[in-house]
Design a protein around this ligand. Structure first.
Ligand code: NDP
Ligand code: 2IT
Length: 448
């Protein structure tokens, strides 16, 4: 059996009931087959792949907190410190009831390659909890965040592990966590990114993932003889990534006609009103029904029977920005039938493997999340730099660095895909380019 297949079987056997982690590993290993086979003897002897798929450290802990009724609640806390070959562990914290160890491991594994692609010195990690911030008071969210950091602070630091936001973790949560970290350690350091601007945050970090997604998409289209201006774009999600993806798409002259959340979706043929969306989602923390109520041109659709809705709308470009496996084979068929020619992932692993293959086979330009959404973590690394030098850069400076990073990422995938005989396969390009730097650093540092 080939080394790649052996290691994949080992991952499934050693990590039972973690389907998302298996899926993320399978996608990467399949892409690496050609690279691994060229160096199989050496990699096998050094157990390089076994080390790559095994986290350096996994922290699982209890998070007790008191709700507004005086009742004690208990959540599970996670931090997976996956790989520190090229820098301190870096990656977000997801707060969502669906969070479990397998989900955090898939996210942490993806983060290794994503962070490598940014060209910046950051290793891979991810964490979170099955705590649901939805419907909780600010005091309850604070109580949870303080308890979470009371345990996690022992294992993180500006030069060891730097968490940030993800689903359910935004500026409010990062603020409470930062305050508790500082109180416990006495350190005013860049231990978290996505901080508020008054206490060490970076301008453009809030916008970075969505803006970066569009900078990369623009470059991918340009290199394939197309232009984002004048195109119709379907977006899923209505959180941090979706909102700023919609904003930048419109600034670049495209029309965004959909957004969604976990209960429904909006079709707005006049183009999404981003200011209204921000008011509904960032200020009121309300449902999309409020967007529809305030805007005549918008249709609201409840989600039924697990369908994803937005992918049935006619569009040129689709940007999934909500969550994993939200674009399946049926959705891919609908997109192709409606003439969609490009898909770029704002979320982590939103497209199933079958859907990805279908899109690629049908000539759709497809950029995976570990490249397309890397603008968020790249700008987090820029926040770390600013914190270390005790300076802050202007919005324009950060935004122009972000744009340069996204354009470079696209070219590194494009080049790697061509070099290994898979021109246009940006999934393979991303996995190979991300892997080569990490593998080189791991080999250079010996058996650790
Ligand atoms: P937010 O919490 O701000 O928004 C998440 C959005 O996705 C909401 O609209 C939410 O709807 C929807 N959503 C979440 N879970 C589900 C689900 N299980 N089913 C359907 N809809 C769901 O998160 P972000 O925008 O930060 O993150 C979105 C995606 O982007 C995630 O995959 C994340 O890992 C990825 N990402 C985020 C980065 C960042 O910097 N924030 C960087 C790179 C990637 P509802 O409110 O109803 O739950
Ligand atoms: O998935 C991701 O890259 C993020 N949630 C952002 C991580 C970060 O450290 O900014």
């Amino acid at each position: 059996m080939s080394y790649v297949d052996e290691v994949f079987d080992l991952v499934v056997a050693k990590n039972p009931a973690q389907p998302e982690f298996h899926q993320a590993v399978k996608e990467v290993l399949e892409s690496l087959r050609v690279v691994i086979e060229a160096n199989e003897e050496k990699y096998r002897k050094d157990a390089l792949l076994e080390r790559l798929v095994t986290p350096e450290r996994q922290l699982l802990f209890r998070v007790p907190w008191v709700d507004d009724k005086g009742q004690v609640q208990v959540n599970n806390g996670f931090r997976v410190q996956f790989n520190s070959a090229i820098g301190p562990y870096k990656g977000g914290l997801r707060l969502h009831p669906s969070v479990n160890l397998g989900i955090i491991k898939f996210l942490g594994f993806e983060q290794i390659f994503k962070n490598s692609l940014t060209g910046l010195p950051i290793g891979g990690g991810k964490g979170g909890s099955d705590f649901d911030p939805k419907g909780k008071s600010d005091r309850e969210v604070m109580a949870f965040c303080q308890s979470f950091i009371t345990e996690l602070h022992k294992y993180i630091g500006a030069d060891t592990d730097v968490p940030a936001g993800d689903i359910g973790t935004g500026a409010r949560e990062i603020g409470y966590m930062y305050g508790q970290y500082k109180r416990l350690t006495g350190l005013y350091e860049g231990v978290l990114t996505g901080k508020g601007l008054s206490y060490g945050g970076s301008l453009a970090r809030t916008e970075a993932t969505g803006y970066g997604l569009l900078y990369l998409t623009e470059e991918m289209l340009k290199c394939n003889g197309k232009d984002i201006a004048g195109k119709t774009v379907a977006i899923s999600g209505s959180g941090n990534v979706a909102i700023y993806a919609a904003q930048k798409a419109q600034q670049l002259g495209a029309k965004v006609v959909t957004v969604s959340d976990s209960t429904g979706w909006i079709y707005d043929p006049e183009g999404i009103d981003v200011d209204l969306l921000k008011e509904v989602k960032e200020v009121k923390r309300a449902r999309l029904t409020e967007y529809a109520a305030a805007r005549k041109s918008a249709e609201y659709h409840e989600k039924k029977n697990g369908e994803h809705g937005v992918w049935n709308v006619k569009c040129d470009v689709a940007l999934p920005c909500a969550t994993q496996n939200e674009l399946d084979l049926e959705d891919a068929k609908a997109l192709v039938a409606n003439g969609c020619f490009a898909v770029a992932e704002g979320a982590n692993m939103p497209t199933t493997m079958e859907a990805t293959e279908y899109l690629q086979k049908n000539g759709v330009l497809f950029c995976p999340g570990k490249a397309a959404n890397a603008g968020g973590v790249a700008t987090s690394a820029l926040e770390m730099s600013q914190n270390s030098e005790r300076l802050s850069w202007t919005f324009e400076e950060v935004d122009s660095k972000l744009k340069g990073i996204m354009v470079n990422i696209f070219h590194s995938l494009d080049d790697a895909a061509k070099q290994y005989g898979m021109a246009g396969n940006y999934v393979a390009g991303a996995n190979i380019a991300g892997f080569l730097k990490v593998a080189d650093a791991m080999q250079a540092q010996g058996i650790v």
